[in-house]
Write a protein that binds this ligand. Structure first.
Ligand code: DSN
Length: 419
């Protein structure tokens, strides 16, 4: 019997149910993944007992000699993995990392040029509902209506017209490679700073299956979750000249004490992300995503921008007469988890949407290969096509359970079982 079930059976029962849910469903929400057991161990460690405001060698609390060693390892590993001058590994999340950059180099009401959330950007890039949309003057670029790829000419025209202090690239629902060099050129033309939020693609970047933003950006922010498949938290990479400003912007600027068990798990995350097994898995993520996109496209679904270069795709459900919310709910009935998502130029409300976002990272961690993705694509299509046939849905749910049983979580981790 676990300690949790003895001390708090109510919470333990819910945790058991969540474990069963994770085990028996196919997780295809693009931002999710399954961390290696060692990350669970690190995040559940005694470091949660410690305060350590400040940075290695310069703390506001005593007793930090070992904590300093752990944070220094995380910093050095992040720098080495991504080839950066400086790393701050304390942001509690991706949003906190972005706030840290804004705090470091912007004043309230300064102009940020960033990707529209409705075209694949992120809330913390200035969406109205976010604090970032309230404190800064936000100008958005989007994708081209025909190619559905970032319209770099529009980015340039907006930059010339609005003279932003900061240009932001990256997002949470953009399936194509981003031309960081072009962004840098535009930023230089208008004297803007350039930040890339690589949270979704950080694992692909670490594995070199997506171009790195580090040589081009002044600041690169990220989470250590998603494709990087590690600790729950964020980090910032930056050029040497911004190191002090960034550190001050995180502590004391926007955060108090770091969550040290997560800082330790970040150190482990960066170590694992430098291995060949990790790189092979990331290449498989990209292959799995494109195989699924082709499978769905062959069944009459429209893949936004015609395909994917990374771990995710946006599927336009309209050619099959469906909405995003219908697709999300129907797929959940057979145990395939995706999220409804606005597609570029969507006329449906955000609560309905015309599309879904599908990611291949978590199922790849689980050990699914390209052939499995064809199978998953056909299960999806069958469910969506016959959504009112309860008996069919039940048999598809069983098929999904069988796939999950063949790839159990935390027993078999595909190639490189322990990491
Ligand atoms: N924006 C959330 C997502 O991509 O699902 C997480 O940052």
């Amino acid at each position: 019997m676990s300690m949790l079930s003895l001390i708090d059976p109510e919470v333990a029962a819910l945790l058991d149910k969540e474990a069963a849910r994770q085990n028996s469903t196919l997780e295809m929400i693009a931002s999710e993944n399954f961390v290696p057991p060692v990350i669970l161990e690190a995040q559940g460690s005694i470091l949660t007992n410690k305060y350590a405001e400040g940075y290695p060698g310069n703390r506001y609390h005593g007793g930090c000699e070992f904590i300093d060693g752990i944070e220094a390892l995380a910093i050095e590993r992040a720098k080495s993995l991504f080839g950066a001058d400086h790393a701050n590994v304390q942001p509690h999340s991706g949003v906190n990392a972005n706030l840290g950059v804004y705090q470091a180099v912007l004043q309230p009401h300064d102009t940020i040029l960033s990707m529209d959330l409705r075209h694949g950007g992120h809330l913390s890039h200035g969406a109205k509902a976010s604090i970032t949309g309230r404190f800064f003057n936000i100008v958005h670029y989007g994708v081209h209506p025909e190619t559905e790829r970032i319209d770099y000419d529009q980015v340039e025209a907006l930059a010339l017209g609005h003279r932003p202090k900061l240009i932001v690239a990256g997002g949470s629902a953009y399936p194509r490679v981003i031309d960081f060099a072009r962004f840098r050129e535009i930023a230089d033309k208008v004297g803007a700073l350039f930040m890339v939020d690589m949270a979704h693609i950080a694992g692909l970047v670490a594995a070199k299956v997506h171009p790195s933003p580090v040589p081009y950006a002044d600041f690169v922010t990220s989470t250590t979750t998603k494709t990087l498949r590690g600790a729950r938290g964020g980090f910032i990479l930056c050029r040497k000249e911004f190191a002090q400003k960034i550190d001050k912007a995180i502590f004391p600027g926007t955060q108090g004490g770091p969550i040290l068990q997560n800082v330790m798990a970040k150190a482990v995350t960066f170590r694992i992300a430098g291995t060949e097994e990790f790189a092979r898995m990331q290449a498989q993520v990209v292959k799995n995503a494109s195989t699924l996109a082709e499978t769905l496209s062959a069944s009459g679904y429209r893949i936004v921008s015609g395909g994917t270069d990374n771990h995710l795709m946006l599927v336009d459900m309209r050619p099959r007469g469906m909405t995003g919310v219908f697709a999300e709910e129907t797929l959940a009935k057979i145990g395939i988890m995706v999220n409804k998502n606005l597609i570029p130029f969507d006329t449906a409300p955000a609560t309905v949407t015309s599309g879904i976002r599908i990611g291949a990272a978590a199922v790849t961690t689980r050990g699914l290969a390209a052939e499995d993705m064809k199978h998953v694509g056909s299960l999806m299509d069958k469910a969506l096509t016959s959504a009112s046939d309860e008996r069919l849905l039940e048999s598809l749910r069983n098929e999904v359970r069988q796939v999950c049983l063949r790839h159990p979580l935390y027993l078999h981790f595909g190639e490189g079982a322990l990491i």
